[in-house]
Design a binder for this molecule. Structure first.
Ligand code: SF4
Length: 348
């Protein structure tokens, strides 16, 4: 069994069911694997149990997705990992004062088709399994040696379109025997899959952050930018966000990609302020980062500042994700690059 796809409990249960013993030793080995990156039985409890250690190891697959060799053009914080069936998964590691923020992918491609998004242009090849998601974090921590401080599900894919695997990964990220990340260090993004937001309300620790890609304050524009809006319009999305915020510890991050001439005007800021009224929300403005042959243009720095100021004047805590946005495009998905896209299209 693949250890990266399991919580300490499910791993210990599996081992004890298989061997009729060894639950506690399994938990110790699990901890060693996730926290130190080895499986040699370092804990003193293994000293007198070498046969049991071997039995546990024999039942366990310790592999993680390998890195794809990076070309010169990729000397950034972006990394590609390869799945067993030859697909490439993109991960971004961003240095922050307290440690690294990892932007992980939940799918290869995405079926949501947002008009401004590189990943959306690929279509969906497949969703990642829990262990493929966790692999990204494991490799960042142990192969790259990074101090992983935060995880954001803002890589390739719509995380809530791969709900079970993403929630499975969140359990492992927050497992005290695995990565032991506090739930507030995990952020899940969505383009607005309302049915899954209601599931999150039931399932997720309230400290987990939810980022919703709003990107336009009105249905007509949002319909054009984000096809999901035709299934769940803005009023339906607002109700779901209100339900989410009903818990006093829950807060929403409203992600807003600013596109010149489409979403960057002050009237859009006023409309956005009205739309978000009543929600416990932080606004993140992401100046659009044009890709090759793109039909959209980035906003001017003056327009971004004016928009941010207008949102603050309306009373919203507002940030501009300028530097990071240039590097990773920052909203849900929007990783992807033309090289990766070519590889993906040839596999379709
Ligand atoms: S912005 Fe997010 S949901 Fe939309 S196509 Fe890109 S990855 Fe998918």
């Amino acid at each position: 069994m693949k250890i990266l796809g399991h919580t300490s409990k499910s791993y210990a249960d599996y081992i004890s069911k298989k061997l009729g013993k060894g639950a506690e030793h399994a938990r110790l080995l699990y901890r060693e694997w996730f926290q130190e990156g080895t499986h040699v039985g370092k804990d003193p409890h293994f000293k007198n149990a070498p046969a049991l250690l071997k039995e546990i190891i024999d039942l366990t697959d310790f592999s993680a997705l390998p890195f794809v060799k990076q070309g010169d053009e990729e000397k950034t914080e972006k990394y590609l990992l390869k799945t067993a069936d030859g697909l490439e998964v993109e991960m971004v590691c961003l240095p922050m004062p307290a440690g690294y923020t990892l932007c992980v992918s939940s799918q290869v491609g995405c079926r949501m088709g947002c008009a401004f998004c590189e990943t959306g242009k690929m279509g969906l090849l497949r969703s990642l399994t829990t262990e493929e998601i966790v692999s990204q974090v494991y490799q960042a921590k142990h192969a790259l040696g990074l101090n992983v401080h935060n995880i954001v599900f803002m890589g390739m894919g719509e995380p809530l379109d791969n709900y079970e695997s993403v929630m499975g990964a969140v359990k492992i990220l927050t497992d005290v025997h695995a990565f032991a990340l506090g739930p507030s260090r995990v952020s899940i993004s969505t383009s607005g899959l309302v049915d899954k937001i209601y599931r999150l309300i039931e399932d997720a620790d309230p400290a987990i952050n939810l980022a919703v890609s709003i990107n336009s304050p009105n249905n007509a524009v949002r319909n054009r930018l984000m096809p999901v809006n035709r299934e769940y319009d803005m009023a339906t999305l607002k109700k779901a966000m209100e339900a989410y915020c009903a818990h006093p510890r829950r807060r929403i991050f409203a992600e807003y990609v600013m596109i010149s001439g489409r979403t960057d005007g002050l009237e859009a800021a006023d409309e956005l302020a009205l739309y978000l009224q009543g929600l416990r929300v932080t606004v993140n403005l992401i100046p659009y980062n044009p890709q090759s042959k793109d039909r959209f243009a980035p906003p001017s720095a003056e327009d971004v500042d004016a928009f941010a100021e207008r949102m603050r004047a309306h009373g919203y805590l507002t940030f501009v994700r300028r530097a990071r946005g240039k590097q990773i495009m920052a909203a849900c998905g929007q990783l992807g690059n033309t090289k990766l896209r070519r590889q993906l299209s040839s596999l379709k």
